[in-house]
Design a protein around this ligand. Structure first.
Ligand code: PMV
Length: 315
C-alpha cells in the first residue's frame, strides 16, 4: 500500500533571453528558481478531488468549479493525463508572485504532478513531467513552448528549443556559467495573461515582416549569449545583448511604460543590461548587475516596483 500523503516541489524560472521568439521556433535561455511551488497530495475522504490554495482562500473541485476557476480545470486535466481515477486532495503553496512571468503556474502544475505521482507510487522522469506540464499549462496558456514547465521540472540554467513537430521532444542543453551572474528581478507591472500576450505577438509575427525579423534576431542573440555565458569576462557584452533583446521585445509589443521605467532605472543605477522577462504586458524585468552595483540597483527599483528579488547564479 502506498502512503496517504506525499509532498513535492518544483522551480519557478527567469527567462534570460528569448521569450516569445521561443514560441516561434527560436531558442531561449531559462534559469530555474529553486523557490517555486510545493504540493501535498492526499487520498480524498469524501469522494471528490479537490484543489486548495490556502493563501488565496481557494478550495475547488474539478468538474464542478471549472467555469469559475481555471485551477479546477487544470487539476482535472492533470488527473486525466495521469489516468488517475481515485479522488485526490491536492494542496498548493507558492513562493513566487503570480502571473508576472516567473513561471508560477508551471511550478504549481509540476509540483502537483510530482506529489500525485509520489502518492500513487509512480516515478516520473523529467520528460514525462514536462508532458504532464502541457496538460496543466494548456488551461492557462493555449500554445506554451514548454520552456516554463521544463524549468519547473529540471531547474538549472539551460538553452531550450521547442520541437518542430507537436509531440516530439524539445532540445534542452544544460549551460555552465563561467562566472556567477548577479541578477535583480523586479515586479514592475500588474499581472498579465500569457495566453493573450502570446496570441498578440503571434498575430504581429504573422502580419508584420519587421516582427518576424525581430524574432529571428532574438534567436541570434540567444546563440551569442550561449557562447558568452561560458566565457569569463563577458558580462558587459551579455548586458548589451539583454538591452537589445529588450528593444526587440518592445518592437513585438510586450513592453509597457512601467517595464520601460524599471529597465531604465536599473541601467542608470549600474545594471549592465535590463529587459522584460516572461510574457510582458506587465510582470517583471530582469537586470544584470555590474560588480558592486547590486544594492544600488535594488534601491533604485524599490522606488518604482512593488517587489524586488535578487538572485546570484552560479553553476
Ligand atoms: O508565462 P510567462 O510570462 O513566463 O511567459 C512564458 C514565455 C513565453 O515565451 C512568452 C511563452 C512560452 O510558452 O514560451
Amino acid at each position: 500500500m502506498s502512503s496517504t500523503t506525499a509532498t513535492a516541489t518544483a522551480c519557478g524560472k527567469i527567462l534570460l533571453f528569448g521569450e516569445h521568439a521561443v514560441v516561434h521556433g527560436q531558442p531561449a535561455i531559462a534559469i530555474g528558481l529553486p523557490d517555486g511551488a510545493t504540493a501535498t497530495a492526499r487520498r480524498a475522504t469524501d469522494g471528490l478531488s479537490r484543489l486548495r490554495v490556502a493563501a488565496w482562500g481557494l478550495d475547488v473541485v474539478p468538474g464542478r468549479d471549472d467555469e469559475r476557476e481555471s485551477l479546477a480545470r487544470a487539476l482535472g486535466a492533470l488527473l486525466a493525463a495521469m489516468h488517475i481515477d481515485e479522488p485526490l486532495d491536492v494542496e498548493l503553496t507558492l513562493a513566487l508572485p503570480v502571473g508576472v512571468g516567473l513561471g508560477s503556474s508551471a511550478a504549481l502544475g509540476i509540483a502537483a504532478a510530482r506529489a500525485i505521482a509520489n502518492l500513487v507510487g509512480r516515478t516520473l522522469e523529467v520528460d514525462a513531467l514536462v508532458e504532464l506540464g502541457f496538460a496543466w499549462e494548456g488551461v492557462f496558456h493555449g500554445t506554451p513552448s514548454g520552456i516554463d514547465h521544463t524549468a519547473a521540472a529540471r531547474g538549472g540554467v539551460f538553452l531550450f528549443r521547442r520541437p518542430a513537430q507537436p509531440g516530439a521532444r524539445p532540445t534542452i542543453e544544460p549551460l555552465v556559467l563561467a562566472e556567477p551572474l548577479e541578477l535583480v528581478v523586479a515586479v514592475a507591472g500588474p499581472a498579465s495573461s500569457t495566453r493573450e500576450m502570446v496570441a498578440a505577438v503571434t498575430t504581429r509575427v504573422e502580419r508584420d515582416p519587421a516582427a518576424r525579423e525581430a524574432v529571428d534576431e532574438i534567436g541570434r542573440i540567444v546563440e551569442q549569449a550561449r557562447a558568452l555565458l561560458a566565457r569569463p569576462g563577458s558580462s558587459a557584452r551579455l548586458g548589451e545583448l539583454m538591452n537589445r533583446n529588450h528593444a526587440l521585445l518592445d518592437l513585438l509589443g510586450v513592453n509597457t511604460p512601467a517595464l520601460e521605467t524599471a529597465c531604465q532605472r536599473a541601467r542608470q543605477a549600474g545594471a549592465l543590461g535590463a529587459k522584460v522577462t516572461g510574457a510582458g504586458g506587465g510582470g517583471c524585468i530582469v537586470a544584470l548587475s555590474a560588480p558592486g552595483r547590486h544594492a544600488a540597483i535594488v534601491d533604485a527599483l524599490r522606488g518604482v516596483c512593488p517587489e524586488v528579488l535578487c538572485r546570484t547564479l552560479s553553476s
